[in-house]
Design a protein around this ligand. Structure first.
Ligand SMILES: NC(=O)C1=CN([C@@H]2O[C@H](COP(=O)(O)OP(=O)(O)OC[C@H]3O[C@@H](n4cnc5c(N)ncnc54)[C@H](O)[C@@H]3O)[C@@H](O)[C@H]2O)C=CC1
Ligand SMILES: O=C([O-])CC(=O)C(=O)O
Length: 325
């Protein structure tokens, strides 16, 4: 029997990440090489024409797995029956904009999108928020979707995870595939904590294979500030690598993995207050993320985790005060 296509909705579809992401979804890399998909491209009215242009190009690829494309500026249409929602479109910080203004502007996007997901999505919907500030935008969407299980709302720290793998592989001159158990904790921001005390290379603890100064003064800031370094070098923010990380996140969520990093709602593990959407070491089993349990947290890591979690708490308080959640 022919398989029913999975509906994948991408917001901000006419943006840079959208352009790097849509073709890979349509080619089968998001869900698997045997899973047909339909795509819904959500944009603001001014960018619908550009998204239609991307849809024309998608048509022109004649992807065997792509069973339909819609382009719309209506969230209720875009999320109608959606199985996988990739929330990429967001309001970037502009010059002179205060953090409260940024959160308010994004509340105006992620609140209504959360509600539209609540009212229209398929029962098995999975949501990945990429648009910044990703963790708190995910919280806003989740809190506006009370009928959807809270655990279905996640935010992307997989790009940070991949950056950490790549930096460590280069330092140790080993292939990326030899590194296991990498973890990003906390917020997708400069406070994030890339943890080498649980990462392993050839069965050895990564933190013991590098000197402490490099770990503290080079590795952590390089990973945490890589987004800014890309903007500085490219004159535009990470797009292909962000799209790649979104593909990795959803593929592993659906198909399973023993260990990666994802920002998911906290159940209180590792002292992270319940409900915060924070990055953890996670496994995916049976289509659900689980926080890896039982890790010893040393004093250095505790301080770093507490700092990034404190930032998430501040963001949650700010959006509460603004009445966004
Ligand atoms: N979590 C992560 O690791 C990363 C997150 N990002 C974030 O991803 C977001 C998107 O980045 P780019 O694609 O480079 O930006 P972009 O500016 O090229 O594209 C954003 C698109 O979103 C659209 N948009 C704005 N409001 C919308 C709404 N209400 N509904 C639907 N579409 C809407 C815009 O029209 C635009 O086409 C940014 O917030 C960026 O900071 C970027 C890289 C990594
Ligand atoms: O800062 C940005 O807009 C891009 C970003 O999140 C990243 O590259 O990690």
């Amino acid at each position: 029997m022919a398989q029913t296509p999975v509906k994948v909705t991408v917001t901000g579809a006419a943006g840079q990440i959208g352009y790097a992401l849509l073709f890979r979804i349509a080619s089968g890399q998001l869900l698997g090489a045997d899973v047909p998909v339909t795509l819904s491209l959500l944009e603001i009215p001014q960018a619908v024409k550009a998204a239609e242009g991307t849809a024309m190009e998608l048509d022109d690829c004649a992807f065997p797995l792509l069973r339909g494309i819609e382009v719309t500026d209506d969230p209720n249409t875009a999320f109608n029956g959606v199985n996988v929602a990739l929330l990429v479109g967001a309001r970037p910080r502009s010059k002179g904009m205060e953090r409260g203004d940024l959160l308010q502007a994004n509340g105006g996007i992620f609140g209504p999108q959360g509600k539209a997901i609540n009212d229209n999505a398929a029962d098995d919907v999975r949501v990945l928020v990429v648009g910044n500030p990703a963790n708190t935008n995910a919280l806003i969407a989740q809190q506006n979707a009370p009928d959807v299980p809270a655990e279905r709302f996640t935010a992307m720290t997989r790009l940070d995870h991949n950056r950490a793998l790549s930096q460590l592989a280069a330092k140790l001159q080993v292939p990326v595939a030899e590194i296991k158990k990498m973890t990003i904790w906390g917020n997708h921001s400069a406070t994030q904590y890339p943890d080498l005390f649980h990462a392993e290379v050839g069965g050895k603890v990564a933190a013991e294979l590098v000197d402490e100064t490099w770990l503290r003064d080079t590795f952590i800031p390089t990973v945490a500030k890589r987004g800014a370094a890309i903007i500085e070098a490219r004159g535009a923010s990470s797009a292909a690598s962000a799209a790649n990380a979104a593909i990795d996140h959803v593929f592993d969520w659906v198909n399973g993995t023993d260990w990666t990093s994802a920002a998911i709602p906290s159940d209180g593990s590792y002292g992270v207050p319940e409900g915060l959407i924070s990055s953890f070491p996670v496994a995916s089993r049976g289509g659900r993320w689980e926080i890896v349990q039982g890790l010893e947290i040393d004093a250095f890591s505790r301080e770093k985790i507490d700092a990034t979690v404190a930032e998430l708490e501040e963001e949650r308080s700010a959006v509460r005060e603004l009445g966004l959640i």
